[in-house]
Ligand binder design. Structure first.
Ligand SMILES: [Zn+2]
Length: 148
């Protein structure tokens, strides 16, 4: 499947291409991420962030793939910055910071957390013991930790 930034985003750490990955959050919202195809651990960037930054260096209000192809050579990601290489030889640097949505928990996990918080709020020894028990039980059941 072709995506607008395929072959365009390069890793500033190891030189690999960034490749896209779609994440579906627990609330059903979909988000495309771009991450290094190598194993260097360089930071990922959201497709939407990449589009915003690309539009910004091109002086556009909205992302335009045609303009991008015409004017830009590549984008290199390192240390929370994207360096855009223009075909005319100049570069523009943009910084970005992704808010981490982290792990998206299942309904069971959220219910578990609510229960734990309730026990913590009560604060009595019995509640503390129940909370410990609940934590132990939860840890045993590994598959409930699965990323959704
Ligand atoms: Zn890399």
């Amino acid at each position: 499947m072709f995506h607008e930034f395929t072959g365009f985003i390069k890793c500033g750490k190891c030189g690999e291409n960034y490749r896209s990955e779609q994440t579906t959050y627990a609330d059903g919202e979909k988000e495309r991420y771009w991450r290094c195809a190598g194993k260097c651990g360089n930071e990922s960037i959201k497709g939407s962030t990449m589009k915003k930054l690309t539009a910004s260096v091109l002086g556009l209000d909205f992302f335009d793939e045609g303009e991008m192809d015409e004017l830009l050579e590549k984008a290199v990601i390192q240390n929370g910055t994207v360096t855009f290489y223009f075909k005319d030889g100049h570069t523009e640097i943009r910084t970005y910071q992704e808010r981490k949505r982290g792990y998206h928990h299942s309904k069971a996990y959220r219910a578990y957390m609510r229960e734990l918080m309730q026990f913590a709020k009560n604060g009595d020894p019995e509640s503390k013991a129940k909370a410990m028990e609940l934590k132990k039980e939860w840890k045993r059941d590994d598959n409930r930790w699965q990323r959704q």
